[in-house]
Ligand binder design. Structure first.
Ligand code: COA
Length: 503
């Protein structure tokens, strides 16, 4: 594969250069919008070259830092490389990189954790400041300069529109059969000029398969042939299998009650191994003709597409293991009919999630006995990843499900606690909590009714008596009886753990 195969525009081909030369065009102090979403479609060469430049500058006593905006998490070549050289002033909107996480938690990097659906519009509103440079991976360039998106769409449309300057990475490793899989919606507008988004079914196409790009703004084109970061999923363990089982049973119950159709409603499945295990469970389950309106397409969903259980899936990115990706790429032309990749402002759009009646299923760190959910902060202060799309989906879903094993760190931590040490999803946005112990259906329940169901159905038996004890004493001694708490004790479980013991 040569540049002439993938870069058909002579104007853009004339801007070909190596990554070092392209990185030299990014000055210190700028905000850079990078492509990339859960390890798919991030630029592979320029960030590394930029990190080297930053390291050299810092060695010479200069303070070279940039703002890094992305779709979501990326990979060691981007987040890892830039964090390693302390080159990031502020990072947004989601990350999962260990080096990045360490810097954030050490107070060495500012991190703005945002709802993923809101990033593009916040840039348009001018809330985040100016976007100076876009560095976007694409699968190819058409003769007229339009771009074939890569394995994620993320915020690329907005980066290309809003940035003053654009650097493109054309990655020949990405399958050329990606062409036609994307649906980039160009009908967004600023309030008060917004119109309803004309998407009423998961597989509706409302946009264009290409990204528009002003060739005048392109300052560099870099060729790469490097794979995405494709992390393997662990095989579902006993706990994940039990969680999946409870969810499947719940779906069957809801169908029987007439609250869900026999083919359910569009599924959203969050990141991580449990979400993947739920998909595996659905593959063995009784439901057919399923659809997915989700953020990332993981292995489990690909399996569902393969088995025919899933009719179609809409997402903004792939998040596949290498093995699953090889399978997908071998047959991409066929899958293209049933997979649509959209900008994240559309894949996660509250209007569409509410209209379609999405069933949201997301992982969490902990929930409290009243159903407030912490998705992001370990022991209240240390960021794990970020809220991602969980808030976009949870608040607007038909049914919002949160799942976790009942214990973490070998049983030292209870994932059901008296009071969540940080709240991302309030009790109002959480309808179902599931652990391997069971499922708590919180719909229509008051806080006190919720507490009884959550403790009884979801807490680990090891921690259940202590939770019941807390709840009963709170009921007696709490000043207010709507959401009873003992304020001097509510976070004592976390403190006990931090002081070196068990919760
Ligand atoms: N207290 C402290 N640590 C906890 C914990 C708790 N209550 N619960 C889990 N953890 C730790 C685990 O021990 C594990 O740590 P390790 O990496 O050191 O092994 C880590 O958190 C991940 O937990 P795991 O059980 O493997 O769950 P996961 O892979 O399903 O991830 C989240 C769980 C919450 C971190 C993940 O779902 C997430 O980032 N969610 C927010 C974003 C989101 O929901 N995106 C989807 C929207 S489309």
């Amino acid at each position: 594969m040569t540049s002439s195969d993938r870069i058909l525009s002579p104007a853009l081909r004339s801007k070909l250069m190596n990554a070092e030369a392209a990185a030299a065009l990014i000055p210190s102090g700028v905000n850079v919008g990078m492509s990339g979403f859960t390890g798919a479609g991030y630029p592979k060469a320029v960030p590394g070259a930029l990190a080297k430049r930053i390291m050299d500058a810092n060695l010479h006593g200069k303070n070279f830092k940039i703002g890094v905006w992305t779709g979501a998490s990326t990979a060691p070549e981007l987040d890892g490389a830039l964090a390693m050289v302390d080159g990031v002033e502020l990072r947004l909107p989601y990350q999962s990189d260990p080096t990045c996480r360490k810097r954030i938690n050490a107070g060495e990097m500012e991190y703005l954790d945002m709802h993923l659906s809101q990033v593009a519009q916040f840039v348009w509103f001018g809330f985040l400041g100016k976007l100076d440079v876009a560095v976007v991976e694409v699968a190819g360039v058409l003769e007229d300069g339009r771009l074939i998106p890569s394995s994620s769409v993320g915020n690329n449309k907005t980066w290309l529109e809003q940035a003053d300057k654009i650097i493109l990475e054309v990655n020949t490793w990405q399958s050329s059969a990606l062409e036609g899989m994307h649906d980039v919606y160009y009908g967004t507008a600023l309030p008060p000029h917004r119109k309803p988004i004309p998407l009423v079914k998961v597989d509706d196409r409302i946009g264009e398969p290409y990204l528009r790009c002003d060739p005048e703004k392109v300052i560099a084109v870099v060729e790469t042939a490097t794979p995405d970061r494709n992390s393997a999923f662990s095989a579902p363990d006993e706990s994940s299998r039990l969680i999946a089982g409870h969810i499947l049973e719940f779906f069957q119950h809801e169908v029987k009650k007439g609250r869900l159709p026999a083919d359910l409603l569009p599924l959203q499945s969050g990141v991580g191994n449990i979400a993947n295990a739920v998909m595996a469970g659905l593959d063995q389950g009784p439901f057919n003709n399923l659809t997915a309106y989700t953020e990332v397409l993981q292995d489990g969903m690909l399996d569902l597409l393969k088995s025919g259980k899933l009719a179609c899936a809409s997402a903004t990115a792939f998040s596949l293991s290498s093995a699953a990706l090889a399978e997908l790429n071998a047959d991409l032309a066929r899958y293209r009919e049933r997979i649509i990749l959209r900008p994240q402002e559309i894949s996660n759009h509250p209007e569409l999630i509410r209209r379609l009646g999405v069933i949201a299923m997301n992982g969490m760190i902990e929930a409290d006995i009243y159903g407030n959910v912490n998705s992001t902060h370990v022991m209240g202060t240390r960021i794990m990843n970020g809220i991602g799309g969980s808030g976009d989906f949870a608040r607007n879903a038909y049914i919002s499900i949160f799942m976790t094993p009942s214990q973490a760190k070998g049983g030292e931590i209870s994932c059901i606690v008296p009071m969540a040490s940080h709240v991302d999803h309030t009790e109002h946005d959480v309808q179902i909590i599931v652990t391997e112990q069971g499922l708590a259906d919180l719909r229509g329940l008051s806080p006190k009714q919720r507490a009884r169901v959550i403790i009884e159905n979801c807490a680990h038996p090891h921690f259940r008596p202590a939770l019941n004890d807390y709840y009963k004493r709170a009921l007696l001694h709490s000043e207010g009886k709507q959401t009873p708490h003992l304020l001097d004790e509510a976070l004592s479980w976390h403190l006990r753990y931090l002081r070196g013991g068990q919760m």
